[in-house]
Design a protein around this ligand. Structure first.
Ligand code: G3P
Ligand code: MG
Length: 240
């Protein structure tokens, strides 16, 4: 993963997790984007952050209660700005196709509301991603999702997501899952933590960093990749 990854696309300037946000990230010079993937009621992998539709679409209720056809009919752009009205909730397949067109690598984060749903989501995502030839890391807060991927699609690189705690237990889980990277909240990265992650052979990734001075501090401290809503701002501050 490069030094800068666009969080949910260029999500400060376009509606998150839409094709428009991917296009804007690429136009800003980002080489990778992070997107959140979850399942529709009929088992289609779609790209949307929340478990419910209200915040980022004109729909209502749980995403998992809607079919892919119902989700495809929603507006996922107008909430952000009228200029983006008509943007859709993309399927994972639409996101990988657009990323190929744009030359973007992807960090796909598996979202689910239970361990069982996380496993099912991993099983649905795996064949779509195995058919994609772009640069990829699949991450999740759910160890179940990463363990399922390790079984069904071991060639897909896995990243373990943590919140603010990165201790011996978290590193042991990452090792057991044969993860390549460890993604943690930006506030987790005391110098000793970064060194511990790197010493464990894991690529240190921090989310979500939108401040250029903080970004410079984290890069200097050895954090390899920063996930940001403002890729334009961080790319301007990134080391060569
Ligand atoms: O993948 C990093 C980050 O996206 C995790 O948190 O809530 O923004 O998906 P969230
Ligand atoms: Mg995410």
């Amino acid at each position: 993963m490069p030094a800068v990854v666009a969080h949910r696309g260029a999500s400060a300037a376009a509606p998150e997790n839409t094709l428009a946000a991917l296009r804007l990230a690429a136009a800003m010079g980002a080489r990778w984007a992070e997107c959140d993937v979850r399942l529709s009621a009929d088992g289609v992998a779609v790209v949307l952050h929340d478990a419910t539709l209200e915040r980022t679409t004109d729909g209502r209720g749980p995403v998992a209660a809607r079919t892919a056809a119902e989700l495809a009919a929603l507006d996922a752009g107008g909430w952000f700005d009228a200029a983006f009205a008509g943007e859709r909730v993309p399927t994972l397949a639409a996101v990988t196709a657009e990323a190929s067109r744009l030359g973007l690598g992807l960090n796909l984060e598996i979202k689910a509301e239970s361990a069982a749903a996380a496993g099912a989501t991993a099983d649905a995502v795996a064949p779509v991603l195995a058919a994609w030839s772009g640069a990829l890391v699949v991450s999740s807060f759910h160890a179940t999702a990463l363990a399922a991927l390790r079984e069904t699609a071991p060639a897909l690189r896995r990243g373990m997501l943590c919140r603010r705690r990165v201790g011996t237990a978290e590193l042991a889980i990452a090792h057991a899952l044969a993860a390549v990277s460890l993604h943690a909240d930006r506030r987790a990265f005391a110098a000793a933590t970064t060194a511990r992650i790197a010493a464990a052979g894991l690529w240190p990734v921090a989310y979500t960093v939108n401040d250029a001075a903080e970004a410079a501090r984290l890069w200097r401290a050895g954090v390899a990749t920063l996930i940001t809503d403002t890729p334009d701002r961080l790319l301007a501050a990134a080391p060569p």
